[in-house]
Design a protein around this ligand. Structure first.
Ligand code: UD1
Length: 423
């Protein structure tokens, strides 16, 4: 297994290109299952999660070709051979549940393994199932699988009223409703940019959708969808992560492709901490010019609030802030596994339930640390950039799920970072 060694090396400067969004791509790819005609995605990120989704779609009989070094995904679901998503693939990645809506809508039945728990909490799929039920589907949980069956004649439009906003359930409902008979209204829909991106792609395929980006989405079902070519939206989480690099160790970095409206709440928090963020013609320029950052309080919320997927990285910054910061995690239970690792590096953090209190220290010190999930692992790399000495991050396969060329991107702005085989 590989490790990443980071050595604190002072201010950063230069440009970092931001890739297409992993989470958008993971819902745009299953959209191919809705149509017999080809769907081509450009600006796809080169990540192991994307390869897992590729394997899953191929196991259903879809053609998926990665072109231009993986940045273009040419897909066709003309000749699907199966409507069953097997446990062996689903257990590797929860987003696999996103094939259920499209398969059910196009073929009238589908069987998808239940994803099970994961490192950041129980993460059930009840809201996804509730959406399909509202469209007339019968669901049966047997042998670890969801067996879903549409009524004779296919899914029917209905009112899907979520008790709270779920990104994945909104995406699944949206995809399924495009081919349902009649009108579907999704209430309390999630508003994330990845959902807007999905709706734009589905519309290019011929879907009739209104209201994406608000909490009520209306979908008028159509008989069939066609092909399309679509550019994947910028990865706002990769963007926020690299914005934190100069924030944490000083200097000025321009994140190419970045836009403030992808991360407004996060940018406001950086501003309150004393970090300057400026929109340029090519992206976002982030600078920390003088002194320590100030402590700030952070509460994670659905979009447009502060994203849970940037909470670990923000904590890494606040470890060396002046004063005490309180981070409240409201989306996932058990999402502070990076705290004990940051403490090993000299941070002062108390975790009580969903709240972490971080008392800023002047310096962190390099240490061997272990990544427990995707965002936790990158937070340890960020902390290592500002620490004295070497930080050795193990289990970096988590990183490969969500960050392409992390070593190359950070090296190009002056960081001392290398990937080595574990000793
Ligand atoms: C997506 C993102 C993930 C991000 C999360 C929140 C992808 C592939 N992943 O995950 O990176 O952290 O949004 O922004 O896009 N819940 C239920 N029942 C359900 C579904 C969700 O109780 O049926 C709960 C979850 O346990 C969680 C909350 O709802 O507490 C929000 O989860 P959700 O928005 O669904 O996240 P994902 O789509 O899994």
């Amino acid at each position: 297994m590989d490790q990443i060694i980071v050595t604190g090396n002072g201010p950063l400067s230069g440009q970092i290109p931001i890739a297409g969004a992993k989470n958008a791509c993971l819902t745009l790819m299953p959209a191919t299952l809705l149509s017999e005609e080809p769907l081509t995605l450009t600006n796809a990120p080169r990540l192991s999660d994307i390869r897992t989704m590729t394997t899953l779609l191929q196991s259903l009989g879809a053609e998926v070709q990665a072109l231009q070094d993986g940045q273009v995904l040419a897909m066709s679901s003309h000749d699907l051979t199966s409507t069953r998503a097997d446990y062996d693939i689903v257990r590797k990645m929860r987003a696999s549940i996103l094939v259920l809506g499209p398969l059910l809508a196009r073929f009238g039945h589908a069987e998808v393994s239940l994803p099970g728990g994961c490192a950041i909490g129980a993460r059930p799929v009840d809201l996804h199932l509730k959406a399909f039920e509202a469209m007339g589907a019968e669901l049966d949980l047997r042998d670890g699988y969801v067996h879903a069956k549409a009524p004779a004649g296919g899914l029917r439009g209905g009112i899907v009223d979520f008790p709270f906003a779920s990104v994945g359930a909104t995406e699944n409902a949206l995809m399924a409703a495009t081919l349902a008979k009649g009108t579907t209204v999704v209430k309390n829909a999630a508003r994330e940019p990845e959902i807007v991106d999905l709706a734009e792609c589905l519309r290019k395929m011929g879907a009739q959708i209104d209201g994406e980006g608000t909490s009520e989405i209306t979908i008028q079902g159509v008989d069939r969808l066609g092909g399309a070519t679509h550019r994947v939206v910028t990865d706002r989480i990769e963007l926020g992560t690299y914005m934190l690099a100069p924030a944490i160790c000083g200097g000025e970095v321009e994140c190419l492709g970045g836009k403030i409206d992808l991360l407004a709440a996060f940018c406001e928090t950086l501003d309150a901490a004393g970090i300057s963020v400026e929109e340029t013609p090519n992206g976002l320029k982030v600078a920390r010019k003088n002194g320590r950052v100030s402590a700030v309080n952070v509460t994670t919320e659905p979009f447009p609030g502060f994203p849970t997927d940037l909470q670990a990285q923000m904590m890494a910054l606040l470890c060396t802030a002046e004063g005490t910061s309180v981070l409240e995690e409201r989306i996932f239970e058990n999402r502070f596994m990076h705290a004990p690792e940051l403490i090993r590096m000299g941070a002062s953090i108390d975790v009580h339930g969903g709240t972490a209190t971080v008392r800023g220290v002047e310096h962190l010190k390099g240490a061997p640390v272990m990544a427990t999930d995707l965002r936790a692992s990158v937070s340890l790399i960020l902390a290592g950039l500002a620490a004295e000495g070497d930080t050795i991050v193990s289990r970096v396969y988590h990183l490969d799920r969500g960050y392409e060329h992390v070593v190359r991107k950070l090296e190009s702005v002056g960081a001392r970072i290398e990937r080595v085989k574990e000793q």
